[in-house]
Unconditional design. Sequence first.
Length: 201
Amino acid sequence: METNVYEAPKTDLLTSEEKKSSNSQFYIVSIRKFLFLYIGTVGLYGFIWFYKNWAQYKRTNNLSIWPVPRSIFYIFFTHTLFRKVDETLGERSKALWSPQTLATGFVLAAIVGSICDRLSYNDVGSPITDLVSLALLPVSAWLLCKAQQVINVACNDPEGQSNSQFTVANIIWLIIGALFWVLIFLGLFMVFVGDQPFTQG
């Protein structure tokens, strides 16, 4: 069998950071990038975050689980995911976090936020429900951020260096998220101000 001496070995085409990310049990991402994507997409990045974690866990452990349903119905699988991360940490767990408490806090924030969104959509309790929903966004981001910090430690990449750069797909998501933010602020503007600026004069 002939080999091409001019062809670089495939194993050398990946940086050490990329190898670390691809071989990790869970999804590595820097905290800065995570916060930008989560807040920037109005929390939609959370679905991708859960999918990435379950897909990575499935691949590295050769399991027959379905990442997509677990990401869509994440409130039912958050405790399980955090427990899997905790098992990976081993003896380091107690010094870093309380997985069940963190998972419960996130699930409660997600449920309350979802209820407020539905009430707001049906013009019930607006604008209070709108404001509560928005206020819960940074809370959810902070809770998942704490989980991401632990995941990075568990995967031996505390700073998330292997996934700290923004990709083209990330930029597209942020642009879509920006459009959502514009619609949200326009909606709040109309609720608080109404058509007064347009009727005066």
